[in-house]
Design a protein around this ligand. Structure first.
Ligand code: TYD
Ligand code: MG
Length: 475
């Protein structure tokens, strides 16, 4: 006793006095944690990898959980009963289709898109329709004032005006409100503006955004609230925020388009309750978003058919869609020359240009090449290669593309490779009188088949009968 007894109690007291930090900084590369933020991780030396997180709960609680937990018996998957999930239909057909039939209660949906694209408009409209259908809804706005939200709702009509709104950025308040109101559907606009008081970082930082999603997810699951988190993503993906959420949420929707144009496309990048194949198409009007169930018609009507224009029979998910691909080729003063594209992948364009040069006799080493998919549509599928090649070759030669529509993937040896859904693409083209569609060998009778890029170029840039000739020559 005596001095020996005094020491530990004194040590305990001094320990008590040291306040534990509410947050820690964890390296996302090696897992090293530190109470302080460093630009360079002291653990692995990586830069800018430390992310603020809430400090773990007291060790006592964890120790008990590990020591006293009872094991559970694994169950064969066949015996797991999956309850039929009820869907909350938003009444916006294109949105419901992309969601896989509507919102799932208790699920988290992340709606991403660049600023001004129409995320708030889409969510306000959806909540309006849900309210009109008798669902309990809540619109949490951290970005705009309630007055601004009301102003938008006035443009969208009577339904949107009936949505209850909360203007709040404090996460604790938002979660408490969710737990009291228990709406069927809640929109949080945006996830980057909410702030968790337990963490020090600024709203919108990686740690903050993750904490917001985590807390909201728990409230959503606990009370069966379907939550739509709105998140800004810049064109360059510069804002780190929403990206880190993709694995935390059940569904990631991306709202795309060009702000200057009225055309908008909604696609699912991830969906635990449906396919990621569907794309919703909208038109931004003065009184909100209007669904465009037949997008092909509008793109076909708008196609210029001038040199540098080709119509692509693309697949937008499970739907065929006719889009116009435009190219411009001009002498370059730059080394290396410029390659600018929108709507297609840059690397894919590089491949197409290389194949065109090597196997199509269209060398563009001293030319700037610009390629654009009209209407702000993105075609991320190999079937777009041929249309890009034809548009570029047509622009380079100043000859219009003679084939009404086309699709096909370019192989590195200059062959034209078959792609999925050939019949549906050809049928969509035929629906608009754009037949025969120029397609890879094996695509079936309604299509005009070309075995190689060379044959396709001959068919498309010379005349309607050249493809069969070329096929005969190649055979
Ligand atoms: P908004 O939904 O606020 O975009 P986000 O939430 O993605 O930042 O809408 C952006 C643009 O849409 C805005 O510039 C105005 C326009 N707009 C319309 O053209 N029609 C409408 O009915 C509404 C509400 C907005
Ligand atoms: Mg907004």
């Amino acid at each position: 006793m005596g001095p020996a007894a005094g020491l530990p109690s004194g040590a305990a007291r001094s320990l008590e006095r040291v306040s534990r930090p509410a947050s820690i900084h964890v390296c996302s590369a090696c897992g090293h944690s530190s109470p302080k933020w460093f630009g360079q991780c002291p653990g692995c030396g990586a830069w800018n990898t430390l992310v603020e997180e809430r400090a773990p709960l007291a060790a006592a609680g964890r120790g008990r959980a590990v020591g006293g937990a009872a094991p559970v018996a694994p169950v064969p998957l066949a015996e797991v009963r999956a309850p039929a999930v009820e869907r909350l239909e938003t009444g916006i057909g294109e949105l419901d289709r992309v969601l896989g039939g509507g919102l799932v209660p208790g699920s988290l949906v992340l709606l991403g898109g660049s600023p001004g694209i129409g995320k708030s408009t889409l969510t306000a409209m959806a909540l309006g329709r849900l309210t009109a259908a008798g669902r309990r809804t809540l619109y949490v706005t951290g970005e705009e004032s309630a007055a601004q939200v009301a102003l938008r709702a006035r443009r969208l009509g009577a339904d949107a005006l009936r949505v209850p709104v909360v203007a709040e950025t404090d996460l604790d308040v938002v979660v408490a409100t969710l737990e009291r109101e228990r709406p069927d559907v809640c929109v949080i606009d945006s996830v980057q503006t909410l702030h968790a008081a337990q963490l020090g970082g600024a709203a919108g930082s990686v740690g903050q955004v993750r904490e917001v999603a985590d807390r909201v997810a728990r409230a959503a699951k606990g009370h069966d609230i379907a939550v739509v988190l709105v998140g800004h993503v810049t064109k360059e993906g510069a804002l780190a925020g929403p990206r880190v959420l993709e694995h935390l949420v059940d569904c990631v929707l991306q709202f795309e388009g060009e702000r200057e144009r009225t055309h908008r496309a909604l696609r699912a990048l991830k969906n635990r309750f449906g396919s990621t194949n569907d794309v919703g198409v909208f038109d931004m009007r003065a009184d909100g978003l209007v669904e465009v169930p037949d997008a092909s018609a509008r793109f076909v009507a708008a196609a210029t058919r001038a040199p540098g224009s080709a119509v692509l029979a693309a697949m937008e998910g499970s739907r065929p869609l006719l889009v116009e691909v435009q190219a411009l080729v001009s002498p370059s003063e730059l080394v290396p020359p410029r390659r600018v594209c929108s709507g297609i992948d840059r690397n894919r364009l590089a491949v197409v240009l290389a194949v065109l040069a090597r196997h199509g006799g269209v060398g563009l080493g001293t030319s700037d090449v610009f390629v654009n998919v009209v209407g702000g549509i993105r075609v991320d599928e190999p079937g777009a290669d041929l249309a890009v090649a034809l548009a570029v070759a047509s622009a380079a030669r100043g000859v219009p593309v003679a084939t009404p529509a086309c699709f096909g993937e370019l192989g590195l040896t200059g062959e034209l490779r078959p792609v999925a859904h050939a019949e549906r693409r050809a049928a969509e083209a035929a629906r608009f009188g754009l037949d025969p569609v120029l397609a890879p060998a094996g695509s079936g009778p309604p299509a005009r088949e070309a075995p190689s890029l060379r044959a396709a170029l001959r068919a498309a840039l010379r005349g309607p009968d050249a493809a069969t000739e070329a096929a005969a020559v190649a055979a």
